[in-house]
Design a protein around this ligand. Structure first.
Ligand code: C2E
Ligand code: CA
Ligand code: CA
Length: 535
């Protein structure tokens, strides 16, 4: 027993006091015995009978009993206080290791658990998953932080249930989660488990009246080497995660050598994008939209291209999602809109120009005014503009979307529902929002002539759209067979490499191989020919 601790520690204070009292009592008793003190006291009391000392002494004899009771109560109270204090300390400690919003372990706790698991990695392999939500910022911006919080909470709950007893799920930052799986060797079983985690994003999240769909990019790395440093495990999982970031879809990537380089690249894109927009490095290319039956050009879609200072070109898949997540998409949209309008001004008046709008932009309450102002500034009639709204992963607030679409339509602007078939509640969108056109995603058109499932979908969707008074564009037409099939299915308009690849303004290709010299944006010879894939 450590006596110093007994004398210094508060925990022992009541017992220490009791011991001192007992000790004092023994000392007094010993002294009384030694000096026969009680007999002296009796004599003294008898000599001074009128002082009533005997009565006072009787009372005094009862006092220790009362004090004893008092002490016992104090002791039990002190014990209770101590228990509470220890509990509070434990809670504070737990709080420091958990995320207050979701109650999940935080990064500190995850580090501790993963480090412990790594020690046994040779017998129980450790898998780390970096799980990053796609387009979470728009949810926050569109529906408010409370909805964002609710969403994170629900995501955490689903992920936790999916991990179950195989490991740990933790929230390590804003919309970043991390899962650790232990004891599942690399192979089919692990792939299955990782898919289970990815599948939690396939069902929309209900936030009050809102139904929100978010997808996640998941990077996975597995090790059976106990000496693997925690840092490199995290950066490898992150690198794999960034590999799927570009598409904005629900995707999984397993770490491979070389991915870390790509992750650094993505971080660089994020920082470079802002200046690229300001410096005019993002400019549109134009791809023709044609009447399927006579090949007549009806207009062009403006597709963003990032012309790098070194002469190379970056494609939208590399930067649109980043633009959406960083809030730069609105600036990017207006840069493209203005450039496309300037270009279209030089085209024959009958040709329209189409610009892609990200659903993230529905959050901008001045959107419609700003679009109109841009058209007025350039001097192009609103009737020539077509806005393409992608059936994005975000099942948007229909009321907000309807307001924007109706206001745009009231100004004479046409609206197309883009990438039809890749979204979630397509038919609902179609009947509830007043679109003018529907663009069937190229995944349905690719190989359609030999795919009867695609054929029947395209035919059914086209019939439905026609019933609702919409025109139908088939995207991604690369061959005559593709074209014939979509015509057989009843589509009206075609877009694809067969009719023309996206190309620089000022000199647009016509289907017959001749060129539409529009005298638009001057050709920039420092920009190498675009890297569109060969047909
Ligand atoms: P999208 O709106 O569906 O645009 C059509 C995409 O299909 C373009 O890819 C185009 O190059 C490609 N494409 C056209 N014909 C064919 C074909 O026959 N075969 C194949 N395989 N592909 C074909 P791109 O330019 O890489 O754009 C990708 C996506 O990026 C666009 O898909 C659009 O969703 C988005 N995007 C592009 N520019 C912008 C923009 O300014 N704003 C926003 N918000 N999104 C943009
Ligand atoms: Ca489009
Ligand atoms: Ca499309």
């Amino acid at each position: 027993m450590d006596f110093r601790r007994i004398f210094s520690d508060k925990e022992y204070a009541p017992r220490r006091d009791l011991a001192i009292i007992l000790l004092l009592y023994l000392v007094i008793l010993a002294a009384s015995l030694a000096f026969d003190s009680f007999d002296h006291v009796i004599d003294f009391v008898e000599q001074h009978e009128d002082w009533e000392i005997d009565e006072a002494l009787t009372g005094l004899l009862l006092l220790p009993i009362a004090l004893g009771i008092f002490a016992a109560r104090r002791l039990s109270e002190a014990k209770k206080e101590l228990k509470l204090r220890l509990l509070a300390e434990k809670q504070a400690h737990e709080m420091a290791l958990h995320d207050p919003l979701t109650g999940l372990p935080n990064r500190r706790k995850a580090n501790m658990v993963i480090e412990a698991a790594l020690k046994q990695a040779d017998s129980a392999p450790v898998t780390l998953l970096a799980i990053d939500l796609n387009r979470f910022k728009p949810v926050n911006d569109l529906y408010g932080h409370q909805a964002g919080d609710q969403l994170l909470l629900a995501v955490g709950e689903r992920l936790k249930a999916a991990v179950a007893d195989d490991g740990l799920i933790s929230r390590i930052g804003g919309d970043e989660f991390c899962a650790m799986l232990s004891g599942i060797p690399a192979g089919d079983q692990l792939i299955r488990k990782v898919e289970t985690l990815s599948e939690v994003f396939e069902t929309p999240f209900l936030l009050g009246d809102l139904s929100v769909v978010v997808s996640a990019s998941i990077g996975v790395v597995t090790t059976d080497v106990p000496a693997t440093p925690l840092d490199s495990l995290f950066s490898q999982a992150d690198a794999a995660m960034y590999r799927c970031k570009g598409t904005g879809r629900n995707e999984i990537a397993f770490f491979e050598a070389g991915m870390e380089q790509a992750a650094i690249q993505r971080a660089k894109i994020e920082t470079d994008l802002r200046t690229a927009i300001v410096e005019g490095e993002i400019r549109p290319f134009f791809q023709p939209l044609v009447n399927l039956y006579d090949g007549e050009i009806l207009g062009f879609e403006a597709l963003a291209r990032w012309h790098m200072a070194d002469g190379t070109m970056r494609m939208p898949d590399d930067f649109i999602t980043i633009a959406e997540e960083t809030g730069l998409i609105s600036d990017l949209f207006f840069v493209i809109l203005k450039a496309a309008a300037i270009e279209a001004k030089n085209w024959p008046v009958g040709l329209h120009f189409a610009v892609n709008l990200s659903p993230v932009q529905f959050g901008d309450e001045w959107l419609v005014e700003r679009i109109l102002q841009t058209l007025v500034d350039v001097g192009v009639a609103p009737g020539r503009l077509e806005i393409e709204i992608t059936e994005s992963a975000l099942v948007s607030d229909l009321d907000v979307a309807r307001n924007v679409i109706v206001s745009l339509k009231n100004q004479g602007i046409n609206i197309s529902l883009d990438d039809f078939g890749t979204g979630y509640s397509s038919l609902r969108h179609l009947s509830e929002l007043p679109f003018d056109k529907l663009k069937i995603d190229r995944s349905f058109v690719h190989g359609i002539e030999t795919n009867s499932a695609s054929q029947s979908i395209v035919r059914a969707v086209t019939a439905l759209a026609h019933n609702l008074g919409l025109q139908v564009t088939a995207e991604g037409i690369e061959t005559y067979d593709n074209a014939k099939s979509v015509m057989d299915s009843g589509c009206d308009i075609g877009q694809g490499f067969l009719y023309g690849r996206p190309s620089r303004g000022g000199q647009l290709a016509l289907p017959d191989g001749s060129r539409l010299e529009t005298g638009g944006e001057s050709q920039d010879d420092s920009v190498k020919p675009h890297d569109e894939k060969a047909a």
